[in-house]
Ligand binder design. Structure first.
Ligand code: SIN
Length: 276
């Protein structure tokens, strides 16, 4: 793309670009990092092929963009608390990300982004869908945009994490999971674009209206944001990497490959409080 020295290829009208001819497993220059940062803000999700990350290289890449987060529910492997293992096989009862969501939107300061590397992929399937929050917002009518102005929503990790723990046989009694209130419409800290920041996994209710109205409005917004028009569907290969901005997209992992195995690891970059 003309104003980047990175070899970037846009792959859908609203969201997603593939970055070619770069080895992100090795140290990067300042100009590469600043272009990747700009591209992330512009495209919402960046894809890379043939990147053989080990945990240290994946953490080094993540740290170019901010401090790494430690997941509030799932501990990382020995010596790598910042690594979130992503794994499904014939024994799995649930997978990560099977409902549309922005990662850990229940944090007071939700993550800037997530970097997922898969080293084992199923023979077919296991794609991830990404949807642009700005494209979804832009497609709303001016009347609905005016209605949403100034509204906030309550997000919590309680339901999602307890459900996962129950299915995985993890005793989480006594644990407290994060919760937060965010604007329903947020302004993206890099691009300045407005986006719909509600998702099925973590958003419970809109605070300023009755429960009944909140449920109806949220259901509409969930369905609207998940429309195919705003999406890109990424087909993984061994050693593909996806780097997404959680304030620009929400995503969904498809579990259509059971009983095959799909394995990799994610690092998550800390973010900031979101502004309306
Ligand atoms: C996630 O939500 O981070 C998992 C995404 C995936 O496995 O494709």
């Amino acid at each position: 793309m003309s104003d980047y020295s990175l070899n970037l290829h846009r792959i859908s009208p609203h969201v997603g670009a593939e970055v070619r001819d770069i080895d992100i497993t090795r140290p990067l220059s300042n100009s590469q990092v600043s272009e990747l940062h700009r591209a992330l803000g512009e495209f919402g999700v960046l894809f890379f092929r043939d990147q053989r990350f080990d945990h240290d290289a994946q953490k080094r890449f993540g740290r170019y963009f901010g401090e790494l987060d430690i997941h509030p529910n799932t501990p990382g492997p020995e010596g790598h608390p910042e690594i979130l293992p992503i794994h499904a096989d014939a024994q799995s009862k649930i997978i990560a990300g099977e409902k549309w969501h922005s990662d850990v939107s229940c944090h007071q300061e939700p993550p800037l982004g997530s970097i997922l590397h898969l080293h084992t992929v199923p023979p077919l399937g296991g794609d991830t869908l990404f949807a642009s929050l700005a494209a979804a917002y832009d497609a709303l009518s001016p009347r609905l945009k005016a209605y949403l102005e100034g509204l906030t929503a309550f997000h919590s990790g309680e339901r999602n994490y307890r459900n996962r723990n129950r299915l995985n046989g993890v005793d989480d009694r006594g644990r407290v999971f994060p919760s937060a209130t965010h604007p329903v419409v947020v302004r993206h800290p890099i691009s300045g674009r407005r986006g719909l920041y509600v998702n099925r996994l973590f958003t419970y209710r809109i605070n300023e209206v009755s429960e009944e109205e909140s449920e109806a409005v949220l259901n509409f917004l969930f369905q609207h944001t998940e429309k195919a028009d705003f999406q890109i569907r990424f087909q993984w290969r061994k050693d593909s990497v996806a780097f997404w901005d959680n304030r620009a997209v929400q995503h969904l992992a498809i579990w259509d490959y059971f009983p095959h195995t799909r394995t990799g690891s994610r690092v998550t970059i800390k973010g900031e409080r979101l502004a309306a």
